[in-house]
Design a binder for this molecule. Structure first.
Ligand code: T4K
Length: 369
């Protein structure tokens, strides 16, 4: 690999630590299907995340897709388009209809002032996204869900390790889905999890991730194969030992970015939410071309010329994807459209040297006219 700086870089334990963790697998020959590493990781995550129930899966997408299936829903699901493809795809792949709510211009999460008017007698659930680790307006979402008897499934892919008002973020709604992909604050190479309240939902999820098999001679659901294997679970066990340290290092990177970029005309930095213990997952910056003098795309190009791979998370909006054949009207989510055109997520990972943050900021600020 050359010395490019990319938007993120996977956290990894030392190779020796990983080898020690996987050594027993050679003795047992047990590679997957809920083995000892899987069980240990599940127990440790329950504690770390401060939740009662965790189900491990192959990735965050299957966590979303199978949670929706386990909820046995029909009709419309209210969600936001300012997210990764996975959120919307999980809804559509379940035969459900996404209804797009606009986002808040500051937190980029679901704008709850626009939520109630989207609820119809066909609405069955709300799938809000804690985007970039910014926590949604949980109280208002739950108030409306209760009023209209709707399920709430949080896409919590970005919020590993966060707390809201002192509680693990996986405790809200009916369930919350996490991604443990290589690019996340905590990774199991590929992986994901669902935190849930109702044991019956957990039982269904457990079966759905294993083809819907209920017993040796009984298959009572059309499930998938979404079991986390032992090597991924082992990676998780190693990474979990270091995750607090990794988050502290991320915080230092974010603080350095803030030192350079706070208060600059035309730049909107991510908010710090007072009741949230952040995991410093992403560093999004929204560029106002009129005030800053250069557009998001011009800054993106200037960084790229210097070997710095910032990313346009999340552009394009999911409600504009070609696969939906213009089915959704992007005019209905004008704030999301405005932010998606202007946002750039700058490189952020635990081992990003602070001098590189200085260099990145210098290039960004050189674009200010
Ligand atoms: N919901 C939300 C809101 C999500 O953001 C995501 C995933 C999901 C659901 C679904 O969860 P998973 O099923 O993925 O568990 C990446 C990730 O693949 C994806 O997990 C993530 N969101 C999304 C925001 O970012 P890409 O297409 O941008 O990945 P890629 O391959 O361009 O990688 C980005 C950078 O990460 C690279 O430039 C370098 C670094 N990297 C990448 C890989 C693959 C590493 O350092 N190591 C690696 O192994 O989607």
């Amino acid at each position: 690999m050359d010395n490019k700086i990319l938007v993120t870089r996977s956290s990894m334990p030392s190779v020796d630590e990983y080898i020690e963790e996987i050594r027993p697998i050679w003795d047992s020959h047990w590679l997957t299907n809920m083995g000892p590493e899987h069980k240990n990781l599940q127990a440790e995550l329950q504690q770390y995340m401060g939740v009662e129930n965790v189900e491990l899966l192959t990735n965050g997408h299957m966590a979303l897709e199978l949670s929706l299936q386990a909820m046995n829903l029909q009709g419309e699901v209210i969600t936001t388009p300012f997210t990764f493809a996975s959120t919307t795809h999980a809804i559509v792949r379940n035969g459900l209809e996404p209804v797009f709510c606009d986002i808040d211009p500051v937190t980029y999460t679901m704008d709850v002032t626009k939520l109630e008017r989207l609820i119809t007698d066909r609405t069955c659930a709300i799938v809000p996204v804690h985007v970039y680790g910014n926590v949604c307006n949980i109280e208002e979402i739950e108030r409306l869900a209760h009023k209209y008897e709707l399920k709430v499934l949080y896409d919590a892919a970005h919020t590993f390790g966060e707390t809201y008002k002192g509680q693990g973020i996986g405790n809200f709604g009916d369930a919350s889905c996490f991604s443990f992909h290589a690019t996340k604050v905590f990774n199991t190479i590929e992986g994901g999890a669902v935190c849930y309240k109702d044991p019956e939902l957990g039982r269904k999820l457990y079966e759905l991730k294993n083809f819907g098999i209920h017993g040796p001679e009984e298959v009572d659901a059309v499930g998938a194969n979404a079991k986390m294997n032992e090597f991924c679970a082992a990676m998780g066990l190693c990474n979990l030992r270091h995750v607090d340290e990794e988050i502290a290092k991320r915080k230092a990177v974010v603080e350095r970015y803030r030192e350079h970029l706070s208060g600059v005309d035309g730049l909107q930095l991510n908010v710090e939410q007072p009741e949230v213990k952040s995991n410093y997952a992403y560093f999004p910056v929204v560029f106002d071309e009129k005030l800053f003098g250069s557009s998001r795309n011009e800054v993106f190009d200037a960084l790229a010329k210097n070997g710095i791979g910032a990313r346009k998370y999340f552009y394009p909006l999911t409600n504009t994807f070609a696969c939906f054949h213009k089915k959704y009207d992007v005019d209905e989510t004008p704030v999301a459209r405005r932010i998606a055109k202007r946002v750039l997520t700058l490189p952020l990972y635990a081992d990003l040297p602070l001098e590189e943050v200085d260099r990145i900021c210098k290039i960004v600020l050189e674009q200010k006219l």
